[in-house]
Ligand binder design. Structure first.
Ligand code: ATP
Ligand code: MG
Length: 219
């Protein structure tokens, strides 16, 4: 392509953003991101651990640096994956809209942003800060998640936002009833977490003595 010609919108890089608390990251997150990358032909997926997650403000969340390092360990061997500190380094609660604005600016507004979420998260989209701006600025990929029906988007969101299905693509992933809550509980109970998260993350959890104490956090 000639350097003199501006890239058309359809030729802009497609970047995936995978936001989460990642307390800890697990194979559910990784499989979802990889499936989205392949299915939507994304150039890369940027994992963005939340600093102070706005929806978990009342809950006790593990130190951001631990969550950042575990996420780093988990994504480092996939050349398409990277990690950003944008939310970790912000002193404000993490709002997706701010993160999307940040990445648009980084790419000089010439980027197609695909925000990757699980079914549980997308069902709450109408409660997200500036959700209309968000739906305008990016495309959402909503991955199936055991226990949550993506069908509910029709009843819950469509009446308030009729063009929701132009902006949210549903993606079936191999069913994995796994969550960070489940991993934390197993560590606390002294049960194995092998294969639920990459080995480096598992070792990090034990070495740093994470999740030993009762501090139940909900999904
Ligand atoms: P917690 O149990 O602490 O809430 P979690 O497993 O839900 O943790 P989060 O960090 O809250 O993980 O989730 C980040 C994103 O990943 C959300 O959009 C969530 O829906 C999605 N996600 C998490 N686990 C899965 C899974 N097993 N399958 C598909 N999506 C998932
Ligand atoms: Mg969750």
């Amino acid at each position: 392509m000639s350097l003199l010609l501006p890239r058309l919108e359809s030729q802009w890089p497609r970047i995936g953003i995978m936001g989460g608390t990642f307390d800890p990251i697990h194979i559910g997150h990784l499989v979802t991101a990889e499936e989205a990358r392949e299915h939507f032909n994304l150039e890369s997926v940027i994992f963005v651990p939340a600093g102070l997650p706005s929806h978990k403000i009342e809950k006790k969340v593990t130190d951001p640096e631990h969550r950042y390092l575990m996420t780093f360990l988990a994504v480092t061997n996939n050349p398409y994956f990277s990690i950003s500190r944008v939310e970790i380094d912000s002193l404000e609660p993490s709002y997706t809209v701010n993160t999307v604005r940040f990445f648009q600016k980084i790419y000089d507004y010439k980027v197609s942003i695909y925000f990757i979420t699980g079914a549980d998260a997308i069902l709450d989209i109408l409660t997200w800060k500036d959700y209309e701006e968000l739906l305008e600025k990016c495309i959402f990929i909503a991955a199936s998640r055991s226990g949550y029906s993506l069908e509910k988007l029709k009843d819950k969101v469509e009446p308030f936002y009729p063009s929701i299905f132009q902006k949210v693509h549903l993606m079936e992933i191999p069913a994995m009833a796994i969550s960070s809550t489940f991993i934390r509980r197993r560590v606390r109970e002294g049960k194995t977490i092998k294969y639920l998260t990459p080995e480096a993350v598992e070792q990090y959890i034990y070495k740093s003595e994470l999740y030993q104490e009762e501090a139940e956090k909900s999904q």
